[in-house]
Write a protein of this length. Structure first.
Length: 133
């Protein structure tokens, strides 16, 4: 079982959302919106036990604990995402990758989107421009 999961979206040369969200095993979520997001600053909420269990199942299906990633290409203007999972046995695994360059990156991005959906970040990320469209 995980102890905590953090997901951090990094800067790009455009208006990419920049934020960090941390989920703890008890369902507590901490949000830190830095730029180009709907909710700037720090916020906190709770997710259900069922959502926490679904996130653990997502980690298991993705095989996060033994997943290895070697970036093929890194471009400075692309945003990246860093996911850090701390397990109950204190093992920490970090996955840092750019968006959608290879099929493996696309697979990781699909995992990230599912993780964010279960954590409930959409209302915090959504920018004013995206909400109007």
């Amino acid at each position: 079982m995980f102890k905590s999961i953090s997901l951090e979206r990094t800067v790009c040369l455009g208006s990419c959302p920049i934020y960090k969200v941390v989920l703890f095993a008890d369902g507590t979520v901490f949000w830190e919106g830095e730029a180009f997001v709907h909710c700037l600053g720090n916020h906190e909420w709770m997710i259900s036990t069922n959502s926490v269990e679904s996130i653990q199942q997502l980690l298991d299906r993705f095989d996060f604990r033994s997943f290895t990633y070697e970036p093929v290409l890194w471009m400075e203007d692309l945003p990246s995402c860093m996911i850090t999972v701390e397990y109950m046995d204190d093992e920490i695994i970090v996955l840092d990758h750019p968006y959608g360059i290879t099929e493996v990156d696309k697979h990781i991005t699909t995992f990230e989107k599912a993780l964010e959906y279960l954590i409930g970040t959409a209302p915090y990320v959504r920018s004013e421009n995206k909400r109007r469209s």
